[in-house]
Write a protein that binds this ligand. Structure first.
Ligand code: BEZ
Length: 456
């Protein structure tokens, strides 16, 4: 293995004339980032070669941070804004980082020959032990986005002793259902692969807003020289198996998990509830469905109505039958409320994310934090690196890796609400919310086991 280099910058370095300690610290950070270029390696595995880049030096008795990126991206386009964020430096200087590029996604990767059998997501997960053996690392904390989150979860399920913690951003633990497949095929008739991938990464709102970030990522995906390879990774993602997570069952993640979702994640993820409203407001919830499901069903069958937007009510006269809808997520029965003059509405919860809510309900509540991030679009690690850094710090602190003295200004400036997963209604986990002000800077420590909503 090539020698890893560590840049030693001593605390006693004299300040330059007129330089404040703050400016010196900024300069030190900039130098550290500039000099630590990372070391790229490739290893052969039973499923082909895999490339990864290592930053920092291994720290005794500390796990490595291992990242896995989403479809359409590589480790740099997915994680650089997060790992180069200023406040992140005080965290990552304590850990070696291993950033995996899915095969064919590394910079300069040649296009695979026609007919190349790209590994399934499960096989991508099975490549990880080869990387860790090569580096002689014994445990990791995984940070994954989308397809990468799925791959790291699969790895954690098959190698529970190797994974100390998981940060899963935008995970969908389910295989595509027949409805998703039909909608996928329909979309494929009119959309290009880059458009479909952009629709997976970002919400329609973000895409039509066409911010600088969107322009940048549209350019990255549309003009990728390895687009054929990206399509292969995309196909593997779409062919994923169900993770089959079950709370308390044999298939569950044993380590602390932080589930993260942006509140404007792509539209498939919004949650719609079918609710009964009477004179004094809401009197009951009949069931929960994904807004994407309603949109797909409408596209396929032309019945009913699916509407996007902030929480609003839609009189439910001409909507689809409950039988088929109920199959998607299950439904509760209100029995006596029916036929008493209450009106039914679809209530659109634009700030929720079905897959993560569902995933949350299938994980051990004492080990799982659920972070729903405001104003973050589909890729919170790109748009809100500060909030994510703060949450990551709490997560590591809960695992005993960050001293509380490391809590910075970020923790003093907002209110967090802690929610412990409670009863399950249908397939949806209900939450009890306990609000706690963090004015004193005493946000949750101890084992992660709460939903922490950071909204600012
Ligand atoms: C890191 O320091 O881990 C890092 C640096 C650049 C890009 C991604 C990660």
């Amino acid at each position: 293995m090539a020698e890893l280099q560590e840049v030693q910058i001593t605390e006693e370095k004299p300040l330059l004339p007129g330089q404040t300690p703050e400016v010196a610290k900024e300069a030190e950070l900039a130098a550290r980032i500039l000099l630590d270029q990372g070391q790229t390696h490739s290893v052969e595995t039973p499923y082909g070669s895999v490339t990864f880049t290592v930053y920092g030096t291994p720290k005794p008795k500390r796990p490595a941070i291992l990242t896995y990126h989403d479809v359409g991206l590589n480790y740099k386009s997915c994680f650089q804004p997060l790992f180069q964020f200023g406040d992140m430096q005080e965290i990552i200087q304590n850990f070696v980082r291993v950033h995996v590029d899915a095969p064919g996604m590394e910079e300069g990767a040649p296009v695979f020959p026609l007919g190349y059998q790209y590994p399934s997501l499960d096989q991508l997960a099975d490549m990880i032990p080869c990387i860790l053996q090569y580096l002689n690392f014994s445990t990791v904390i995984g940070v994954g986005v989308g397809a990468g989150a799925y791959i790291l979860s699969r790895y954690a399920l098959t190698h529970p002793d190797m994974v100390e913690g998981l940060v899963l951003i935008n995970i969908d633990p389910n295989a595509k259902g027949w409805m998703d497949w039909a909608a996928h095929k329909l979309t494929g008739l009119t959309s290009s692969i880059p458009e479909m991938i952009l629709g997976h990464l970002f919400s329609q709102e973000e895409l039509s807003g066409n911010s600088e970030l969107i322009q940048k990522y549209r350019n990255i995906v549309t003009h990728a020289p390895n687009l054929e390879n990206i399509e292969l990774y995309w196909n593997s993602y779409n062919n994923r198996r169900d993770l089959n997570l079950e709370r308390g069952g044999a298939v569950t993640l044993k380590c602390p998990v932080m589930l993260v979702v942006g509140d404007q994640a792509p539209h498939e993820d919004a949650v719609v509830s079918r609710e009964f409203w009477g004179g004094r407001g809401r009197v009951g919830v009949l069931g929960w469905w994904s807004e994407g499901y309603l949109a797909k069903r409408q596209a396929l069958f032309g019945t009913g109505r699916a509407t996007m937007g902030p929480k609003r009510l839609i009189p439910g006269k001409n909507e689809m039958g409950m039988g088929l809808m109920g199959k998607e997520l299950g439904s509760g029965s209100l029995g006596p409320l029916e036929g008493r003059g209450h009106r039914e509405y679809n209530v659109i919860h634009s700030a929720s994310c079905l897959h993560q809510v569902e995933c949350n309900s299938k994980l051990d509540p004492t080990q799982t934090s659920f972070l729903k991030m405001a104003d973050s679009g589909g890729q919170p690690q790109l748009t809100q690196p500060g909030k994510l850094t703060e949450a990551f710090k709490y997560f590591l602190q809960g695992m005993g890796y960050m001293a509380s003295s490391c809590m910075t200004r970020l923790s003093r400036s907002r209110t967090a609400s802690l929610t412990s997963a409670a009863s399950v209604d249908g397939n949806r986990s209900r939450s009890r919310t306990l609000s706690q002000s963090s004015e004193s800077g005493t946000l949750p420590s101890g084992p992660p086991g709460h939903t922490m909503e950071v909204s600012c």
